[in-house]
Ligand binder design. Structure first.
Ligand code: AMP
Length: 409
């Protein structure tokens, strides 16, 4: 079995090759600044003995078509893949699946048409995802391709939770509702947590916290998502690296009236200049924590605000779920910042959430259990692996397609 996972961003292409029945990573690549005069390209390959080789180059890569071709050339030259046709399947990360997709699907014309329709809801992401799929399909027309949606895991959220209290026509006619994102990650870490705890996902209530540059929380009841913090777009909810998360929407009316700020400026303000960066001029949690440790008041304020917002969501999701069995921290910050984990769980003993300070500072690889012995709620640190989850879903789907049996296994 050889599965390639492609994640096409607006100016980047990330790809990862998985091989064997257990889908081990055999190559990991990224092409950045697509469309710029020079695009940096990097590929790491891994052999069975754990050896690693790195290939880097800078090329002129004007568009995603050229990027996919460069990716295929690089995989060939490195010796990990002879041809895209040798793949058992290609899995594509697609940001917005709207209400059409509740799970990963094999890509056909109708799926392409739906992803195209959803450009309205995800104008920055879906066009790049779509181009990546189209070009990959042109280059490997016989290889089954699968779309895995960031939104799909959240499609079980009930109507009363996904609707905004706006005139209902806006939902019916313009599809304005909460969709949620990071679904592949939330689904993956909840599955990992259940396996670690030796329980069926259907027997657990989990609060999943994906804290990276983008951050979101999900309340997962018996394996099904019932609430999430990101909304119609990935702007709502927690404080993020450069995104504000929840604000009073009337702030925008005020800014428009008082400063004549236009829509693009507001978009930039909330998506690129706010969050941690807006508060302390820095969006990397490592630097913020270091600065706060050194007595920098603004960095400490950013850290405090980030953890306070998180704590509010943990509390409200305890209410949504009627109590949780487990809290899962994941993402670059969730997996690595003991300070954020400690501050966001501090003072929640009444809710059955008690962190063990020593275990929380551990640096063990893999899943880490960090609650105190008197904590009814388990607290886990679970490394996320969205690419592996996409590869697993792709492998599962292509194994059901008869023609796929003819490809490499
Ligand atoms: P992600 O988007 O999941 O890759 O997460 C990226 C973020 O994780 C970075 O912006 C950092 O703020 C944060 N991060 C990574 N490593 C650490 C660390 N050791 N301590 C605190 N934050 C970290």
């Amino acid at each position: 079995m050889k599965i390639l996972v492609i994640n096409s961003g607006s100016s980047s292409l990330k790809f990862q090759l998985f091989a064997g029945a257990d889908l081990t990573v055999s190559a990991l690549g990224i092409i950045e600044e697509i469309g710029a005069a020079k695009s940096p390209v990097r590929l790491d390959t891994f052999d069975a003995a754990g050896g690693k080789q790195t290939f880097t180059q800078t090329d002129s890569i004007p568009d995603h078509r050229q990027a996919i071709m460069a990716m295929a050339r690089l995989l060939r030259a490195s010796g990990v893949l002879t041809d895209l046709h040798d793949l058992s399947g290609i899995g594509h990360r697609v940001v917005h699946g709207g209400e059409y997709f509740h799970k990963p699907v094999p890509i056909d014309k109708s799926v392409l048409a739906a992803i195209e329709k959803l450009i309205l809801l995800a104008p920055l992401h879906n066009p790049a995802n779509l181009t990546g799929i189209r070009v990959a399909m042109e280059h490997a027309p016989k290889t089954p391709q699968v779309a895995v949606f960031d939104t799909a895991f959240h499609q079980t959220i009930p109507e009363y939770a996904y609707l905004y209290a706006l005139p209902h026509d806006l939902y019916r006619e313009r599809h304005i509702r909460r969709y949620g994102f990071h679904g592949t990650s939330h689904g993956y870490v909840c599955g990992q947590a259940a396996e670690f705890l030796g329980k069926a996902a259907s027997d657990l209530n989990i609060i999943s916290l994906h804290l990276g540059n983008g951050a979101s929380a999900a309340a997962v009841q018996g394996g099904k998502c019932v609430e999430t913090s990101m909304g119609m777009t990935p702007l709502e909810g927690l404080i993020m690296g450069t995104r504000s998360g929840d604000i009073d929407p009337a702030i925008l009316f005020y800014l428009a009236r008082e400063t004549k700020m236009d829509i693009q400026e507001m978009d930039d303000l909330l998506n690129k200049k706010s969050g941690l960066k807006g508060i302390c001029d820095e969006n990397d949690m490592r630097t913020i924590t270091r600065r706060a440790d050194q007595g920098d008041k603004q960095a400490d304020l950013a850290l405090t605000m980030f953890c306070y917002r998180l704590k509010k969501y943990i509390g409200s999701y305890m209410a949504v779920l009627g109590g949780a069995d487990c809290i899962v921290f994941t993402g670059g910050i969730g997996e690595n910042s003991s300070v954020v984990r400690e501050r966001s769980c501090r003072g929640l003993k009444q809710m059955g959430i008690v962190l063990d300070a020593e275990k929380n500072k551990g640096e063990q690889q893999g899943i880490m259990e960090i609650q105190a012995s008197n904590s009814p709620v388990k607290i886990l640190v679970v490394p996320t692996d969205e690419e592996h989850a996409i590869a697993t879903e792709t492998a599962r789907i292509v194994s059901k397609i008869p023609a796929a049996g003819n490809h490499n296994s």
